[in-house]
Design a protein around this ligand. Sequence first.
Ligand SMILES: Cc1ncc(COP(=O)(O)O)c(C=O)c1O
Length: 364
Amino acid sequence: MHIPFVDLKAQYLSIQSEMDKAIFSIISNTSFIGGPAADAFEKSYSEFMGMKHTIACANGTDSLEILLVAMGIQPGDEVIVPAISWISTAEAVTTAGGVPVFVDVNEDFLIDISKIEERITNRTKAIIPVHLYGNPVDMNALMAIANKHGLLVLEDCAQSHAATIHGQKAGTFGHAASFSFYPGKNLGAYGDAGGMVTNHDEIAKIARAIANHGQEGKHNHTREGRNSRMDGIQAAVLNTKLPHLETWTEGRRKNAQLYHSILNENVVKPIEREGFRHVFHLYVIQHEDRDGLMAKLKEAQIDTAVHYPVPLPLMPCYTSRFHHTEADYPVAARLAKRILSLPMYSEMTHYQIAYVAAHVNANY
Ligand SMILES: Cc1ncc(COP(=O)(O)O)c(C=O)c1O
């Protein structure tokens, strides 16, 4: 039996008739860029988040970069980012003109809040916490440090749609939040798409302008921006999917519980801290012989992945610039060699989970 890492087809089949209708309506009304579907998505995502503004854009990398610029990052400003994330988190700092400053992670893969202050300098302007794998960062503790030092906070919520911290949604603590709606995300479009969320009118105004060539009103270019608009079909897909997000999130959480109960103690399993709702974008275990386990699972036709095999500061693009070594990021360096993401999606059957877990148990 082949177990895919994600099964987007299974999700599509579960909502096929409403999805086909929504996509066809865009084709028939020809509002291919922005338009009523994107407007409707901005409104419903703001309601879902309980925030004042959502600005739909082209992807979750643009949304990080545009928000940093809209928040006032200037050339040379330092922005603190975690040592483990997808590269967009750090890359956006550079493309916005800033300098990424990496902080090691904790055993839970999230930025080690106790190590942030030692990296703050008089050039530090902002922090980007990443709610990695869907597990939310302790935002109250992080905001206390940010406020003490007068720093801006941009939450990278690419992997954490619907995650909460003591009942409050991840993405509502900082000055702004960035979302990716890449197809495999917990809320995914059928192509690239992203969203910027904030309660700050000025950040929203600038971000909206930048994402549409710096226009504030047609042909009134108050600045140079870029083309980072969401297209109508992606907006229609997201409008169709958003009402299902809660059910799908619960599906992921149930599957995570099932993995947890079947996997034996030879692997380190992800844990959910009390009060922190983990939405399991990824189910990441740790094992001494990660590569061996991965190869055995592959033989059994079980697809797995590694998120991410090299900590960001140890990537060639950053070592050539900053000359970091593994000793600078000991936790991230160790975890990166041990982590393995098992198949995880809401439509996975109990049988499929049990099959994967049994193979992990049987091989070690
Ligand atoms: C943590 C994180 N930040 C940012 C992004 C960038 O999103 P996108 O692929 O939509 O540009 C991703 C996507 O993989 C991500 O996982």
